[in-house]
Design a protein around this ligand. Sequence first.
Ligand SMILES: [Zn+2]
Length: 260
Amino acid sequence: MKKFFALITVLLLFVACTKNPYIHRSQLILISPQQEIQIGLNAKQQILQRAKVSHNPYYNRLVKEVATRIAKVADEEFHPGYRWEFYVLESPQVNAFCLPGGKIFVYTGLLKLIDNPDQLAAVIGHEVAHAILRHGSERVSMAMIGEVGKKLLAQGLNINERGWGPLFDLAYGVTAQYGVLYPYSRKFEYEADKLGLYLMYKACYNPYEAIKFWYKMMQQSRKKVPEFLSTHPSDEHRIEALRKYIKELITIKRDCSRRF
Ligand SMILES: [Zn+2]
């Protein structure tokens, strides 16, 4: 029986390992894009039941404007098949995230810290990049291969759609907090930074504002670590990497004469 499960695991890994053309590496993902979108929808409902949605007209207009432009570029170039929605949540937390399926949440605590729409584009671009790159599902899949996976395999691979929910909640920290509080690996962060910058650049925002924003967050973190930084490492190496990415970016053509 053990051998049988080992064989199934190997087969599963083989089937689930797909090369992601945008980050030039293979990803092990045991959740289909359709399942992922459904789980994102459930998570959205949970969040909206528990969090307070802000009706501040300025914040809502700003988030809608910036997120729409980023989403448009994401749709045109990456075709994730998302139905985008944008929410501003009333909370002092410095945080933002994007669920699979394109549900973007930005906290008022973060909006208070940004100096201009370009800085918000840097944050939203980064979060949308995590979603497009399917980092959440990759993280869940990693957990499954570990201890949780062993238990599921012990149950005879009887994984139905309901079975993924709690795991996904765990990875997204949805049940514990409203946001994404479980940190991504450094590798994922660099990938999201790179793709995030690309998205904001193509949406005709100034990528240098990303550096200003992350730098400001770094200064803030010396006083007190904002929630956003507990899940998103910010340090000199990261800023250096951002500078390098921007140098490559600005050689790429973009059309800023069109209306977004
Ligand atoms: Zn991140």
